[in-house]
Structure formats: C-alpha cells, structure tokens
Design a protein around this ligand. Sequence first.
Ligand code: DON
Length: 569
Amino acid sequence: MRRIILIGLVILCKYSAYAQQPLAGFNPYAYTIDKTGTFKQGAVVSAHPLASQAGNLILQQGGNAVDAAIATQLALAVVYPGAGNLGGGGFLVAHLKNGKNIAIDYRETAPDKAGRDMYLDAQGNANTTLSQDGHLAAGIPGTVAGLFASMKYASLPFSKLIEPAILLAEKGFAISEGEAQSLNAHKAKFIRLNTTHPIAFVKAQPWKAGDTLIQKELARTLQLVKAKGAAGFYTGETAHKIVAEMKRGRGIITLDDLKKYKAKERIPVVFNYKGYTIVTMPPPSSGGICLQQMMGMVEQYPLATYGFQSPQAVQLMVEAERRAYADRAEYMGDADFVKVPAAQLVQPAYLKSRMKDFVSAKAGNSEKLKAGQLLPESEETTHLCVVDAAGNAVSVTTTLNGSYGSNVVVGGAGFLLNNEMDDFSIKPGVPNMYGLVGSEANAIAPGKRMLSSMTPTIVLQQQHPILVTGTPGGSTIITSVFQTLLNILEFNLSPEEAVNKPKFHHQWLPDQIDVEKDFPESTIMALEQMGYKVVKRDAIGRTEVIKINTNRTLEAVGDKRGDDSVAGQ
Ligand code: DON
C-alpha cells in the first residue's frame, strides 16, 4: 500500500514538474501586477501579468518579438476572456530588424448571409441589441488566421508559442479582483445569451479575487489549433461547434464562411511628424488615417509652447479630433469594398484647409462642421507591445469589441464570440455602442470588414523604433494614441506620465469633450468658457507603451487603469 502511494506521489510530482515547465519562472496562482519596468534584452506589456510573462518566457527561449506577441495573444485569450480572444480579431503592426514595416489585418468579416439592413425592423428602425448582443452580433473570427499569418515572421514553432496558453486553460490560474468583478457583472448576460451553460464563466457563488478559473473546453480548442494549425479552428471539430452554436442561437455563420476567412497583409500607414516616422494601421482601421490627419492638423502650431493640458493645447487637439472623426464617418470603411480616399484625406493642403475655420479659444460646432471637401487626387479590446534585443518591435490591438464580445460562448469549444458587427454602420446616422456614426462606406456587406478604430502604432527615429504604443477604448482609441504620442514627443512627459495622466476625447458627434474624472478643473472651466460642453466619464483606454531609449534600455509601462503589467529581462 505504502509502495503504491509512493509511486503515485512520484508520478504526481513528475507530472506537475512537466506541466509547469513551459511556465517556468512564474506562478499562475500568485503573481504581481508590475506597472513599470526597465529592461535590456526584451520587454512585453499587456493587459494581464500572466500574458506578459508568457511573452517574456518566449523571448527567454530565444523567440523574437513576433513569437512573443503570438504567445501573449494566446495567453490573453485564456487569462483575459473579456477581450483576449480566439473568437475575435485584431491588427498587428511591426517594425522588423531588417527595416521592414508590416501590418497584418485579422479583422472579422460579415458572414455571407449578412446584409445591409439585417438589423432593421419592418419599420426601418435599427435594433442595436441584435448588433451588440448574442449570436447575430458576431463576425467571422479572424484571430487564429492572424496568428498564423504572423508566423511568417516568427522564429519558434507554433507548438511552443501556444504551450503557456494551453497550460493556463487546462490547469487554471488565479483571477484578479477586476476579473472577478467583471465576470460577476456579466453573469446574467452569460446566462441569458448562451444556448449551453457557459461552464467556465458562470458558477453558483460570486467570483472573488484568487479563485481559480479553469477552461477545459478552451484548452481542447487550443490543442486542436496546436495539432492542426488554422484548420483546427476554421474546419473540423471547432468549426462544426461554431456552426452548431449558430443554429441553436439563430446566428448566421456557416462552415463556408469559416473556411473562406483570410487574414491579410496590408501596407501600413507611414507618415512623418516633425522628423519622426509614425507607422500605424491602414483600413479597415480608421486609426492610421485619423491619426495622420490629427497629427498633420496640429503640426503647424507651436503645441509644445502651449503646455501640457493647457486650455490652448487641449482646444487645438479637440478641433483636430472633431475634423478627423467627421471624415471618418463619411469616407472610411473596408478599402477592399469601397474606395477610401486615403491619399486625399491626408494631403497636407487638405489638412491645412481643414483647419481654416479653426478659431482659437472658441468652440467649433459639429452641426456646421461636416466631412471635408476633398481636394482632387495627385479605415473590450486589448493592446500589447513587445520589443526584443534584436530590434524587432511589435504592436498588437485585438478585440471581441464589447466586454466578452457577444457574450456567447461556443458550446463545447469554450471561447467567446465577438460582437464586432456593431462596428458597421447598421443604418446611416445611427450611433454604434461607442456613439460613432457612419455612412455608406461602412455599410454591411457579405465578406466585408467592419471599420475599426484600433491603432497599433510604432514611432521610428532615423529608422529605429523609439516608441511602441496602442490602447483599447472603442472610439477613444485614436485620440488616446494621438495624446500619448504628443505627450511624449511634444510635451516631454515620461512614458509613465504619458500613459497615466487623464485623457480627453472628442469624436465629432456627439459634440462634446469627454474627460476623465481627474482631468484638471481649471482646463475644464476654460474650455467651458470657450463654449464647449465637457462631460466627465470613466477611464479612457488602457494604454501600453514601450520606449526604447538611446542607450537601448527599454522602458515599459502598463496603464494604471487595469491589470496591465510589464515583463522583461
Ligand atoms: O475595432 C474597434 O474599433 C472596436 N471594436 C474596439 C473596441 C474596443 O476598443 C473596446 N474596448 N474597450
């Protein structure tokens, strides 16, 4: 009997040593949130400490920044189910050590059975509940295809990159206070919107910090992807589970939709700002073009002399934001389906003309200010940044759209589906969940990608990366990236201040400036005197930054607004 117990114990010890080996160096049941760190050999910052550590482990095993970004995304799909995902989509922007800039688009697409009026009732009224919650809200997931498209630039085998995620799903990890609150807040929705019991996320007692979240079904899906590659998701068992889920929940995604999904490599938006080269995301994100527009509109003014968060600086930036978002609503959509006048929208002469009616110290008016007349010719989220020792820099924003996406867990497959269909303009002028309006350019069509605001961005100086940044936050993403860049490049803030100082946001409609609660009161009062409506709101974004200093040290910062955490060496 004693012999049997002894053998049993030896096997158990060996097994747990084996099981923990790919996670050597960190403990999924006891971890700290590290907001800042200075590193030499490589740095990762993401929305969850375990995901950042998973990426860092891959760097330690000789992986490059792309390998680490893939491993971090996979780990986020497990440890941050509200936004990390297999059932969503994202964008990767990278500057590679060979000098090449790349952009990979793995945005969701509309199913073949989708149509421009699919969310309108018989009277033509838009039903945003259907575009935001449940099965009909989901686009074809792009993430798994995107990870495999990224493998072109990776150096380690995929089977290695997915190991931490599989272990975290299979063995579980301790959830944070924030995750516990968030899962509890979504319990009713999970129960209402699912066709099978979402075993992993719903339990009888409320979740509390430190509880272990085990996701066996998700682990099985990850194992299939490990064994079969993208086919392990888009065909076979997983695809059948998605389609069965759709049938139970009156969704419209088919096996054919899944089989046809392709991630696409795009030409990044690259532009100059006062000697810096900004590399960012083109359509189907509006982020890159809007960022270029806003930076271009403020470039002609001595912004730095106005001072950080001074009424003068904030007003100028707000008016640039107003104009860029008006153009976004009119002109931007999936450039594979509609003509996005990208070159015209960023012409210096156009941007100059756009600011002609700017009046210092007087609020603009979105009723009067529409999209610009183009000159004749001559698009719950999470962000991560990785920089490696070789000089590769990667910026990824990935999303399910809302928190936990559509809230639908694919029965038996353990992952959440996105509610990205709401990013289309479901009816001209009808605001989506971020208050954004759109037009024909962003109407629904089968196979089309919905317009995004995600803006993964890298700043180069003399061809070398000096800043890697990005954030979630729906419509506020572009303005948060805009501020983060200017906070560092113009106002000389440290990366930590640039990330954590209160942010503001204007998106044309509604015609108001949103500010975080701790935004300086004196600036708010000055803006109100200029005629602006200023509205206080909760956190804007969760920005991540890695700054590469001239001595090659890497300063990584995770936003104070969440569980965001850095790792590195
Ligand atoms: O692609 C977009 O613009 C949105 N689906 C992003 C959503 C988002 O950032 C939610 N996170 N807070």
